[in-house]
Ligand binder design. Structure first.
Ligand SMILES: [Zn+2]
Length: 278
């Protein structure tokens, strides 16, 4: 009698299972795997996408499209709003983020890193869930809602590192004296150049990219999978619905992020159990 397949318990369907097995071979055989994630990965953590039916901004209203310009014009007022949020979209976002916990997809990607099969993870999410799941090499294109960032020297601070005095706003950078804002990239704000540069370094080094929970339709994330493909690398897409990427992806795994990534991790580790994380 053949040994039981430990990965057959979860019902993802035979076609998807074959595609996951192929993706696992590709990942295990790659030298530099980079993962990229977006809002779809956090839906299973209770964070709705921003737009569309049931979306955060559909329910609570949209944030101002010139948020960064407003911050620059009056950082003190922007900080007062951050400390005592009144705008419905901000109250809704703060409450949602406070409740959210990492899901199986976040944990599987962190597991892939620990197993030595994910050199870096690029995320468009600000929700901190990859950090909470234990991901270490992480590039947060749109910042992290928990952290603070100096708008001059781009130093990041944990909230405990830089206590904020409500009577002395905005807080100032202890390194350069610059104005400090939340690390989340506002509308109208450029992506911090240090993160963008490191993203391109990772993308150029990648011979395999896992794209999960994002249609990767917004710059700069939209470019990354195409860079990898043009350089001869593989793109593995994990999204429940087809996207613009599906047609060009080397392999498209159409299923729920948590279950698919969990199974993918299991298959990769089964193929290459001894590869130590550096
Ligand atoms: Zn600074």
């Amino acid at each position: 009698m053949a040994a039981a397949d430990p990965y057959s318990a979860c019902d993802l369907g035979p076609e998807l299972d074959v595609a996951i097995a192929r993706a696992a071979e590709r990942i295990a055989g790659s030298g530099h795997v980079v993962a990229m994630t977006g809002a779809g990965l956090s839906v299973e953590s209770g964070i709705s996408p921003f737009r569309g039916k049931g979306g955060l901004w559909t329910r609570y209203g949209e944030p101002p499209m010139d948020g960064f310009q407003r911050f620059l014009a009056d950082p003190r007022r922007a900080w007062q709003e951050r400390l005592s949020p009144r705008e419905p979209w901000l109250v809704g976002l703060v409450e949602t983020l406070a409740r959210a916990r990492p899901n199986a997809g976040h944990r599987a990607l962190a597991g892939l890193e620990r197993a030595g099969h994910c050199a870096c993870l690029i995320t468009q999410n600000i929700d901190d869930l990859h950090r909470q799941a234990g991901q270490r090499a992480l590039l947060e294109i749109h910042g992290n809602h928990r952290l603070l960032r100096c708008i001059e020297c781009v130093a990041r601070f944990e909230p405990e590192e830089l206590p904020v005095d409500p009577d002395d706003l905005p807080p100032r950078c202890p390194r350069c004296g610059g104005v400090v804002k939340g690390d989340t990239v506002n509308f109208g704000e450029p992506i911090p150049p240090d993160v963008l540069r490191r993203c391109y370094e990772q993308v150029e080094a990648a011979d395999c990219m896992i794209v999960a929970g994002t249609s990767a339709s917004v710059y700069p994330a939209a470019e990354f999978p195409y860079h990898v493909l043009q350089a001869g690398g593989a793109v593995i897409e994990v999204n429940p619905e087809p996207t613009d990427l599906t047609e060009v992806a080397t392999l498209a795994l159409a299923g729920p992020g948590g279950a698919v990534l969990e199974r993918l991790l299991g298959r990769v580790v089964a193929l290459s159990p001894g590869r130590a994380a550096s």
